[in-house]
Design a protein around this ligand. Sequence first.
Ligand code: FAD
Length: 308
Amino acid sequence: MKVHEIMQKRMAFSFEVFPPKTDVGLEKLVGKDGVLEKLYKMNPDYISCTYGAGGSNVGTNLVVLDAIKKSGRVVPITHFTCIGNTREGIKQQLQTYLDHGINHILALRGDLPFGWTGTGGDLHYATELVKFIRDEFGDKFSIAVAGSPEGHIACRSLEADISFLKQKQDEGANFIMTQLCWDMDKFRYWIDAIRKAGITMPVDVGIMPVLDAKATINMALSRNGCVMPRALCEIISKNWIFPDPFAPNESEQSIAAKQAAFKEAGMAYTVKLIDEYRVCGINGIHLYALNKYEDVARLVSLIGLKDM
Ligand code: FAD
């Protein structure tokens, strides 16, 4: 069954991993008793693997997806971007995915590298990529697309962004995977607005567990311009570990204690966030597993999304 069909029947649950940069990292992820094998035990509906803009890690992306496919336990979904890709190159790469039995794709424009004004490829937006996939491959792929509840960082308005999301549906996309959003008022506004705009695609909400202060701030601010609600800022403030002119010689022990306290508070924050999402009319929870297992497994057990 295709993932969007599952979401039309019930709440889906999934993980996201990324292609490791080293052989050791790859072995830890795909090897025997590795992270993937542990993630399968939680019975996710799919596991997606990111794609380096510019195709920098295409080989490893396929190794990871192959491992998921060969397990026979979970549907693999590849992310894919337009950055630096010609039409012919896209056609070849997508055919390779199909040859490997991978028929679910998250069709993205990709982040423009600093200083670039366009994708440097033949296609300029995700709408064009969705159309291209349907024109070239018919219904062979189930297509997910990105949705930004706070508006994409470069959009000219939220309305324009939503109209392009509708265009993705009109071109043949099947479901939405959302950008990170911690601001539930903004999310509720967005989900009402997309439904009013005639967007009926299932919405799969992307959640990065709040476990590490640096990663949380980085994810919000390095690319996405996400709002951090007061409650989240408080957790960061109370457990501040960054250079502090008033405490330049903080001990490693004190920093470690704050990191542990941050993780505990962040875990509770993430559970509450997922509770709020689950009553907003969404169709799936997509957890960024960040190639780790223990914390994610604890989170899954706390949210009680799925009986295991
Ligand atoms: P688009 O939908 O094409 O939108 C980009 C911008 O252009 C928006 O501001 C939009 O309003 C505007 N726009 C869209 N269509 C048009 C049009 N026809 N005319 C004028 N303006 C238009 N990046 C990676 O490199 N690798 C990954 O693996 C990856 N995974 C991701 C997973 C998820 C769930 C999400 C949400 C994002 C991911 N990204 C990834 C980041 C993504 O590539 C960036 O957010 C990128 O900047 C935008 O991609 P998009 O598909 O949303 O672009």
